[in-house]
Design a protein around this ligand. Sequence first.
Ligand code: NAG
Length: 249
Amino acid sequence: MVAVKVNVAYLTFIRPRHVFIIFLVISIILISLLLAGCSSSFSIIPNIYLLHVAYNDGTVYQISDDSTIVNPAISTGLAGLVGVTTYEVRIGFFGICMTNNPASWLCSENATALAEQLTAAEDPLNILHLAQTFREKIVFPYLLIAAAALAFIVFVLILPYPPLLKSASTFVCFLSTLLILISVLWQHTASVSASSSTTSITNGVLTTGVGANAMILGWFSFALMTITVIGIYFFVTINSRAETVVIAE
Ligand SMILES: *[C@@H]1O[C@H](CO)[C@@H](O)[C@H](O)[C@H]1NC(C)=O
């Protein structure tokens, strides 16, 4: 009975392992895109950012009439000091993009080079410095890089038939998934907290937001890796053992 089942499985061209190989490749591509966010002005790269901060054209951005606000006049006072500017910065893992005109982005890994393009009237509250500080002191890309490297190792281990080091591949895949989870949680928490504090501290003169594309890339690769680690455990590690036992018999 079991022997027949195994033979049928060998005849099937697409095996579960192949699905997980594809998932691993997709995860590596998504992580690479996430890490590449804001590192160049090419195509969609400026749209992959962790956090954006922008002036709201000299007006106050939806300051709430919360009962904890004791000095509501500060918003308009500050907006008057800031003046009219639409400058915006976006922060990625390895770069910052900026613009005065959303159609054309200037991106660089070197914030000093970006600062040289600016006048005081364009960035009166020094949000480029805010962006650079956020990128240098809060964002941490190295866990994601390690996760992508580990995912690649798993890919190499399960690509051949029979897969190499089956138990080890489950463990490495688990480690990669864990690193992605930590990294995405970190990225999400840091961005939401910086976004909310910046708007509050500037009393609504700055608009801020968390980059939805970056969050989707991060959480989606975490979801794919979670399915993959479960799949590799059941279909590669356990099933292959069963096959080996049957063949040995
Ligand atoms: C960044 O740009 C500035 C000005 O263009 C330059 O002086 C500096 O060497 C650059 N830094 C790096 C690390 O490339």
